[in-house]
Design a protein around this ligand. Structure first.
Ligand SMILES: *Cc1c(COP(=O)(O)O)cnc(C)c1O
Length: 360
């Protein structure tokens, strides 16, 4: 019996090429790699190793545990910043850099630095329009009034995050840039970190000393509505487990939601919503067989998907179908079909796929 499992091909060379393209765009500023959520589902360790080897010296994760795992994989050297922050000392000397998201965070880490007699490295996050994490306007004013609150800290960057960078005409972009510049003017002079992937395409006002792209590294279009400037990175393939012939009038899958209008051939593959192939793609998904597009029929099950292969002559069990990438929809295309964004398609990619890495 063949191996029935789906394979997620991840092109590390494409990720590195995307990072280099963004680095050229951001120069003279530096470009980090955002590898939170397991590098958007693609594997934080292999992705960060490839970027590190290509010269990327700054990484961002969301959770402390992600940072610890990354430090163990990369060794000393690159900056690893933890977006959600952590309590002083919680990184157990792994040399992780907390992002300080409130005045309370600032005071706690500054205090720890003073007590230790050694300034603590940190990033200072100013909220300019997300109302999520980062010092709010009142806290920013407190710091501007009293720079001594920062004693005990070695601030590597002051950062802020754009809410609408993927909509170049949104007025909040310029508003945030203005707020960020104004807030920085009230602080000691520090390197700045501003643009995410889409922010790098907004123009020079958004360039900073350290851009923080995530999605564009992984092939998501940072300029929605315009052609994708990034190289595709992922390809999901699965072999056909079974093909069966059904008569007109027979139904397929849960809820009998698909009823064959003609005698049909139905192929089943081992990918389902438990693998992040979203159930809302029932009736919306497609797969590619060579250059032919095959419609999914019936509901997406937990572990299985069914396709109508009636029009694919000669197709047989064991033949490999493409579900994402290649002739199949890109993550962005699939997201459009599912009513979501490419980020969610990637971060949902399941653990049951065998991940196959193309060399960097
Ligand atoms: C996730 C994240 C990024 C990366 O955003 P992309 O849109 O994927 O480029 C950058 N900065 C912060 C604070 C983030 O949370």
């Amino acid at each position: 019996m063949m191996d029935p499992s789906a394979v997620l091909h991840i092109d590390l060379a494409a990720i590195v090429a995307n990072w280099r393209a963004l680095a050229a765009r951001a120069a003279p500023g530096a470009v980090a790699g955002v590898v939170k959520a397991n590098a958007y589902g693609l594997g934080a360790v292999p992705v960060a190793r490839a970027l590190n080897a290509a010269g990327c010296r700054h990484f961002f994760v969301a959770h402390l545990s992600e940072g610890m795992a990354l430090r163990a994989a990369l060794g000393a050297g690159p900056m690893i910043a933890v977006l959600d922050g952590f309590a002083p000392g919680a990184d157990e000397d792994a040399g992780l850099v907390p992002v300080l998201n409130s005045l309370g965070d600032v005071l706690a880490h500054a205090d720890a630095g003073r007590k230790a007699g050694r300034a603590r490295q940190a990033l200072l996050h100013l909220d300019t329009g997300m109302a999520r994490l980062g010092l709010d306007a009142g806290e920013q004013a407190r710091l501007a009034d009293d720079h001594s609150l920062l004693a005990g800290l070695d601030l590597l960057y002051v950062m802020s995050h754009l809410a609408c960078a993927d909509e170049p005409d949104h007025p909040l972009n310029a508003e945030q840039a203005t707020r960020f510049a104004r807030a920085c003017a009230g602080l000691p002079r520090l390197p700045r970190s501003f643009a995410n992937s889409s922010g790098l395409f907004l123009g020079a006002d958004y360039a900073s000393d350290l851009a923080r792209p995530g999605c564009a590294l992984y092939g998501i279009n940072p300029t929605p509505g315009a052609p994708n400037p990034m190289r595709p990175v992922v390809r999901l393939e699965a072999p056909i487990l079974q093909i069966r012939d059904i008569p007109a009038g027979a139904s397929v899958g849960y809820g009998a939601s698909f009823v064959a209008a003609r005698p049909s051939r139905i192929a089943t593959i081992a990918v389902g919503y438990a693998d992040g192939y979203l159930r809302c793609l029932s009736g919306q998904g497609v797969a590619a067989y060579r250059d032919m597009i095959l419609p999914m029929v019936g509901r997406v099950s937990m572990d299985l998907i069914t396709l109508d292969v009636t029009d694919a002559p000669g197709i047989a069990p064991g033949d490999v179908l493409q579900l994402i990438g290649g002739a199949a929809p890109s993550p962005d295309d699939l997201a459009a079909r599912a009513g979501t964004i490419g980020y969610e398609i990637l971060t949902s990619l399941g653990d049951r796929y065998r991940r196959a890495y193309g060399a960097a």
